[in-house]
Design a protein around this ligand. Structure first.
Ligand code: SAH
Length: 240
């Protein structure tokens, strides 16, 4: 492990459920890095910024319809309180309407000073707060979660593992899925024969060039079969 950086990569999470953090990020790679001070995690309880005695954070949507909406004034108060304390970092609202999270975006975030994440609940948040505070929307995928917290945990997991010193081998992210626009090749380990299935001969040949070539071919084949969208982009780039 490399020395922890003097200024940890700083994650600030605005949530109605601070107890969900660090959750899984307190264990394994991310957990060790958190304890070592490679990154820091602060949760801000949005409810603490409610102004009435019942600590109300949501209200019924204008125009009618089901569910409740997180109030702009309450959420903005939480965001502004954070903004006064921390240096400028990208602010992201986890939302199914956002730009799908990609490895490229995760890599950009890891290269910066940190991130502020807003976790929605109910039907979502009042649109005006997103506009007024210039908050970007990022989605985990085309499905609906009950809250932004699992998405925030996933975004942080993907980002933190890229911080210097967090992964065992510094370059173990270079070969991974999406790094070069392709999905990853298949892996094998001992035993060499398992339930009658053997490991491809090339992988035990000791010929590094052949292994690299085989892996590249497999990565292309898997991408072509499983992700025509990624394959189209890759093939386009290869042409140029
Ligand atoms: N009514 C909204 C869904 C609200 S789900 C809609 O139809 O778009 C409640 C909260 O969960 C959201 O405010 C958001 O913060 C979070 N959430 C749900 N799905 C998500 C996804 N795919 N990616 C990121 N966050 C999501």
């Amino acid at each position: 492990m490399a020395d922890p950086t003097p200024m940890p990569w700083a994650a600030t999470v605005l949530t109605l459920f601070p107890a969900m953090f660090p959750g899984p990020l307190g264990l394994s790679l991310a957990g060790t890095a958190l304890k070592q001070g490679v990154w820091s995690l602060e949760t801000v309880d949005i409810r603490g910024f409610a102004s009435d005695k019942h600590a109300t954070v949501d209200d019924a949507p204008y125009g009618g319809g089901p569910g409740m909406v997180l109030r702009a004034d309450v959420l903005a108060a939480a965001i502004d309180a954070v903004g006064k304390r921390i240096a400028a970092v990208p602010s992201i609202y986890l939302s199914p309407r956002g730009a799908p999270l990609t490895q490229r975006r995760v890599t950009e975030l890891a290269a910066g000073p940190g991130v502020m994440l807003v976790c929605g609940r109910f039907e979502g948040v009042d649109e005006r707060v997103l506009e007024a505070r210039g908050i970007e929307e990022v989605s985990l995928g085309d499905f609906v979660l009950s809250g932004g917290e699992p998405a925030a945990l996933a975004l942080l997991d993907a980002t933190v593992r890229l911080l210097p010193g967090v992964m065992g081998a510094e370059d173990s992210s270079a070969d991974e899925s999406f790094a070069d626009g392709l999905l990853e090749y298949p892996h094998y380990t001992r035993p060499r024969t398992w339930e009658g299935r053997t490991v491809p001969d090339v992988l035990v040949s000791g010929n590094h060039a052949e292994v690299a070539r085989w892996r590249r071919e497999q990565a292309k084949k898997i991408t072509r079969e499983r992700r025509p969208d990624l394959w189209a982009t890759y093939a386009e780039q290869e042409k140029e």
